[in-house]
Design a protein around this ligand. Sequence first.
Ligand SMILES: [Zn+2]
Length: 170
Amino acid sequence: MRCPYCSSLDSQVKDSRPSDDHSAIRRRRVCPDCGGRFTTFERVQLRELMVVKRSGRRIPFDRDKLQRSVEVALRKRPVDAERIERMVNGIVRQLESAGEGDVPSASIGALVMEGLKALDDVAYVRFASVYRNFREARDFEELIDELTGEDGEVLSPPAKPGSAASRSDK
Ligand SMILES: [Zn+2]
């Protein structure tokens, strides 16, 4: 496994154990060249998934991207990392067992909303409000970029009508 810090191909496994729900093997690795430490996960992949974007373009499904967007919605919410991991696993299994290798990006957004609804009301509202606002005009990948971008404003509640808080033009 290539070291993410110095790109050496010689990383060594220091520790290997199952994740809490036994759906993955977590390996702690250390790079002998730069001393960098990182973790890799080994998971069952039932099938190759491709995401079909609104534009029709197909891109490989990226589990990490999905997990990051879920984590952003759950930022500062009292939800265990283990439950987040389980929810993401559940979404991936639903996608894998749906029978099609091609998954519309909107289906993934819908599954994330369902999962968050069960997990945490606040995170659900955050995700759903952003998702629904952007659904007509943007595809899921762009939504994820919004959620994970520098602009933390995206997940703030919308300003109340008449609020002058964000107005600088008057
Ligand atoms: Zn290294």
